[in-house]
Write a protein that binds this ligand. Sequence first.
Ligand code: PMT
Length: 399
Amino acid sequence: MLAGKNITVGVTGGIAVFKTAQLVSSLKAGGAGLQVIMTRSAQEFVRPLTFQVLSGNPVRTDLFEADRGSVQHIELAAWPDLIVIAPATANILGKAAAGIGDDLLSTVIMAATCPVLFCPAMNVNMYNNAVVQRNIATLRDLGYKFIEPGTGRLACGAEGQGRLADLDQIIEEIEGLLILRKDMVGLTVMVTAGPTVEPIDPVRYLTNRSSGKMGYAVAGAAAARGAKTLLISGPTALKPPCGIELINVETAAQMYNAVIDRFANVDMVVKTAAVADYRPKEAVAQKIKKHNGPMSLELVRNHDILAELGKRKNKQILVGFAAETNDLERNSLRKAQDKNLDLLVANDINQAGAGFGSDTNIVKFVYRGGDIKQMPLMDKKELAHRILDEALAVRRKKQ
Ligand code: PMT
C-alpha cells in the first residue's frame, strides 16, 4: 500500500516511543521509504540504533551534523510525502504552534510543505491543559493533522486520555493521507460487513466465522478516497475505520431493514457481510433445557438482501461477494446473474490465506457477462482498493 511513498517519522521524548518502533517496522513492511528524526529527549528512552535498524536508514538527531555539507533541515523537509510525529509531546506541539525551531525536528516541521500528522501522547492532565489544547486547536486551524490519543491507564499510573492512538488507527490515517486518489468524492457508498447472529434463546445463537476484516477494509478504503461511507456491521471485534458512519446490527432482519432503508440514497453497495440464510423459526424467551435424546431446531429462510437490492437497483452499482467451497466460478457466475450484480467478488474459502478471519484474501472478480479475473493473494486492505477500482470502472462504463 505504501510502496513509493516517503515518510519521515519524528520521535519525541515520551514513554510511547517503544510503540513508535513497531509503527516504523509496520510502515517499512508496507513498502514506505523511511527517515527517522529523534529529539534529544526521545534518545533518553530508546537509542537511535533501534530506529536505524527498523527503518534501514541512519537516524537524524542533530541540526548541525558536522560532516554534512548541505542544509539538512531543508533537505529533510523536502524529501517526504508525509511527516508523522509519534509520540508528539506537549513540548513539540507548543514549539510547532509558536513557530519555534530550535532543533532538527522542529525546524523540519517548520520547513515542510507536505502534510504533518501529530499523534499526541502524554499524561492526561498535560493533555487537558488549556495551553496544550489551545496549541492543538491552533495547529488544526493551520491544517496540521491529528490523531487523538486513546483513553485508558497511562504509563504514569493515571487514568484518562493520553495514550498513543492504536497503531492500526495511525497506519489507517497515514494510508488515507497518502492516497492521492480522492476519486470517490461526491459518492455515497454503503458497505455491509461481519456476520449476522440469529438468536435461538437468550443464551444461544447461530452465526458464522466472518470477522468483518474484509468489509471494514472496503469501508475504510471508500472513506479514504473521499466517499461518504455507511458501514452496516454485524457484531465484530474491530475498531471502525475513520470517517465512516457506523450502523450496528445483529440479525439478518435488522441488516435487511438498515440496508433497504438507505438503498435509494446510495451510489454503490458492497455487500461483504456473511448473512445467515436461515434463522430459528422462533427465538424462545426462556433458556432451552436439555433433555435425553436428540433435539431439532426448525429454521426458516431470511430475506436474501442482495437479491432484493438487485431487483430494486436503478443507478446503484451493486457489488456482491461469494464464499464458496466448490465450483467457485460456476456458483459465482450464477449468483452474479441471479442477483443482478455489476461485480461479484468470489473467494474459495478452502484456500489458505483466503476468506474468513485472515488478513489476506485470494479472490476472482466475476462479471455478469461471464468475464472472470483472478487476483493474487493480497492484504484485504489492498484488495479493498482493487474492488473499488473495479466498481468505479463499471460505473464509468455505465454512464
Ligand atoms: O469478514 P472476514 O473474516 O474478513 O471474511 C470475509 C468474507 C469471507 C466474509 C467475505 O470475503 C465474503 O465472502 N463475504 C460473503 C459471504 C457470504 O455470505 O457469501 P454467500 O455466498 O453466502 O452470499 C453471497 C452474497 O449474498 C454476499 O454478498 C452476501 O452478503 C449476500 N447475502 C447472502 C445471504 C443473504 N440472506 N443476504 C445477502 O445479502
